[in-house]
Design a protein around this ligand. Sequence first.
Ligand code: PXG
Length: 289
Amino acid sequence: MKIYINGKFYDKDNAKISVFDHGLLYGDGVFEGIRAYNKLVFKLDEHISRLYESAHSIMLKIPLNKDQLVKAVIQTLKINKLNDAYIRLIVTRGEGDLGLDPRKCFGKASVIIIADKVKLYPENLYKNGMEIITVSTTRNSHSALNPQIKSLNYLNNILAKIEAVHLGYEEALMLNDSGYVAECTGDNVFMISENELYTPPECMGALRGVTRGAVLKVARAAKIPTHEHVFTRHELYTAEECFLTGTAAEIIPIVKVDGRVIGSGKPGKMTLELMKKFHELTKKDGVKY
Ligand code: PXG
């Protein structure tokens, strides 16, 4: 495996950055997770744009322009001879000293690209649906650390994940400070009620997921009414269908939330239809390499 760091490729064992990098010391940096399907990078522009938006928000200057970064991603995929891949794009603040002050790292931002095989949830969960549980860790409030910033500080999500794993679940449902449904630790949440599709708006603490955006578009094209609307756990418990979306997860059906059976207890009809349409999209929509 060859890993890209600041314009050069290194073997996995030699792919290293400084222990003084503020990405490591403070989680000061931004990242993206991207998929390639059969030599097509899915929604690359959207991921690159979101990375630059996250960086802009934390006043981190990415040392490459968008075109150069796209080229570096493609180069990493080619050098690793991967047709299908999960790509992790990371920009750290760079090397500084033990103080928080990012000015010490000025001009040293590091760009790292790792391309590897994908790891999805176990196959049987796509067929039979997954169970999730609400955890007590609430999603970061946007006045503290806006969930739109895909930063290297993922402790909020990790704390929720630890709770889920401790309770024997793969994924956790996170609420915001007001008790409304926000998202899961690494996936957006959707529900279907009276044949209409709902997902929480960004202001509820949901990341503007690229897969979320793609699913909303696919649903609209299929004439399914879509709503970015607040909802509570009660509405989710009594929904007809539920599913999660994410770059790694794609679309995964949810059949139980906090022990409450959703709909028939099996992956719903509309969920299955959207999964099919999403897979078709990944086969034709993307940047070729
Ligand atoms: N919400 C959060 C908090 C995320 O981190 C998503 C939603 C889905 O967004 P996309 O753009 O991928 O459709 C993400 C992204 C993991 C893991 O190990 C998951 C993400 C990122 C890094 C690791 O589960 N998901």
